[in-house]
Design a protein around this ligand. Sequence first.
Ligand code: MN
Length: 229
Amino acid sequence: MAMTIPAKDPRWSMSSTEERPTGAAPRALYSLPPLGYSYDAFEPVLSSEIVELHYTAHHAAFVKGANKAVADLAEARSTGRYDAIAHLERNLAFHFSGHVMHSLLWRNLSPNGGGAPDAYLAEEIDRHFGSFRAFKAQLNAVCMAQGSGWGVLSWDPLGRRLVIEQVYDHQSNVGRCSPPILVIDMWEHAYYLQFRNHKEDWLRAYWQLIDWQDAEHRFAAVRQAGIGL
Ligand code: MN
């Protein structure tokens, strides 16, 4: 059944602003952001079943895992159990990045999406990749690579250029300072119920759903960011 989550519901805020003692484990630091559309918003291109499961099971698990990793790190500090730190840091990187990437994913999609960017992002894609066609071909090639992960369009604030990244899992194989603008989820849970083993069909569907206005808005925001180098 289709369901729309109210955008104003305080439970969906991205982070808590509650005061808490320095060094203590925060309570529910991260939470599921609102989708802003119903689960069936992308039918028939992308099934309601996939969107609901992806959001309520997979994304929710990354939120839970990120909060747990933060709490576990605080406990490790308070009990002096630093032998667990490497494992906990890996957990935090995996779950936190999973949360960020899925939050971006939902923003990058629109029932009225598809086509190509037509503003400043379009000019910059041409400048950095030669053409939109070449950009799409490179991003598709990254998405079709072996294993689970993401194809991502990011901004490199050091070289001040757009870059395409192949992200293993949610967090690996990327430069340290590049905020993502557009993400494509190539984990099997993102498409398998509908597209089975046909990754190329999932990719074709995805390009029909991209919200280029969101990408343009995000591009404008990340261009303001510097890393002080
Ligand atoms: Mn996913």
